[in-house]
Design a protein around this ligand. Structure first.
Ligand SMILES: Nc1ncnc2c1ncn2[C@@H]1O[C@H](COP(=O)(O)OP(=O)(O)OP(=O)(O)O)[C@@H](O)[C@H]1O
Length: 315
């Protein structure tokens, strides 16, 4: 097993590295990585419907999409991600427990009692400390999970706080859980670097484990994947399943009712009602929205305004 601690905190780079190692290596792999403030949505989720758009924009929180299914998680410098990549003979062989158990055992060595929940979570005293997801490629599986060590839980809560009812689709919805950090449960104080060292050393002690560093060739292929997939608008936002958006906003004492149908991130149908825009302007604007990306800059430019209440009414 190759053991890797990624030395790059760019979420797109880290997610691309997972995909690259899954699809281009033949070895079993254990990898740890961390990313700057990011909300990571599952492959089949509606990114706009999962994030608090205004909050993430105003707080420089990146939004990224991963290749595995499941719900939305928040990453920052206090969160550690682990990834197992393994060859399997048949899909029936894949179980979440097989990959969460080594993590539970490692935490037990730190005197922390973590339990697996019915869903794909790890809990301490009923609070979620880890969310897990998988992606299968040919005969290989990527299992990855988060570990909240000392994350900013206020930022976590705010960046995924959504107002229900605005977005409707068949997209996978996240299950909001009560979360906790691991650090407060430790008997002996440990900083996050020491925690990462500890986790990698637990794996390195196993038979056949060796440390691996991303090579210049790996790096080149990973960067290509970053540019061609992970940072693209089409993957991050446009990949969201078709959805409808409805909102009734009060702006400057007037009302604006918005109805949008959006496919591949682009507006296919739009209706603006209420007394915010007078006719025929409302109808004209509705027509102008067609074909435009459902995105901040596009709405702002189309409305020709910096009135944030008006722009954010569209999200
Ligand atoms: N870094 C994190 N670690 C653990 N839980 C988190 C984290 N960030 C957010 N959460 C919680 O997990 C919920 C999403 O969990 P859900 O079960 O929908 O997805 P998941 O399948 O666990 O995510 P993943 O697919 O990455 O495992 C969020 O609404 C939030 O309550």
């Amino acid at each position: 097993m190759l053991c890797i601690v990624l030395k790059n905190n760019n979420p797109f780079y880290c997610l691309a590295t997972e995909e690259y190692l899954l699809k281009n290596f033949d070895d079993d792999i254990f990898m740890l990585w961390q990313s700057d403030k990011t909300v990571v949505v599952g492959k089949h989720q509606n990114a706009l419907g999962e994030v608090n758009y205004r909050y993430v924009r105003e707080n420089d929180i990146t939004v990224a999409r991963r290749i595995s299914g499941g719900g939305t998680v928040y990453h920052d410098a206090g969160n550690v991600n682990f990834a197992f990549i393994k060859n399997v003979k048949s899909p029936a062989e894949i179980s979440f427990k097989q990959f969460t158990e080594p993590v539970v055992e490692a935490l037990a060595q730190l005197d922390i009692e973590a339990t697996t929940s019915g869903r794909n979570d790890l809990l301490i005293k009923g609070l979620k400390i880890s969310g897990n997801a998988e992606h299968v490629f040919k005969n290989r599986v990527l299992h990855h999970g988060t570990l909240l060590f000392n994350s900013d839980l206020e930022n976590l809560g705010n960046s995924i706080k959504v107002i229900p009812g605005k977005y409707t689709s068949k997209a996978v919805q996240s299950n909001r859980s009560k979360v906790a950090n691991i650090a407060p449960f430790l008997k002996n104080e440990l900083d996050i670097e020491a925690f990462i060292d500890f986790l990698i050393n637990v794996q390195l002690k196993k038979d056949g484990a060796e440390s691996y560093t991303i090579s210049a060739d790996d790096e080149e292929a990973i960067k290509k994947l970053v540019d061609e997939k992970f940072t693209t608008w089409d993957w991050r936002w446009g990949y969201s399943p078709k959805y409808t958006f409805t909102n009734k906003a009060g702006i400057d004492g007037r009302t604006l009712e918005i109805y949008l149908e959006v496919k591949k991130g682009h507006i296919e149908n739009a209706n603006l009602h209420g007394n915010y825009f007078v006719e025929p302007y409302a109808t004209e604007l509705s027509a102008l929205l067609l074909g435009k990306p459902h995105f901040y800059e596009d709405i702002r430019d189309l409305m020709g305004t910096d009135n944030e209440e008006l722009i954010y009414a569209f999200f």
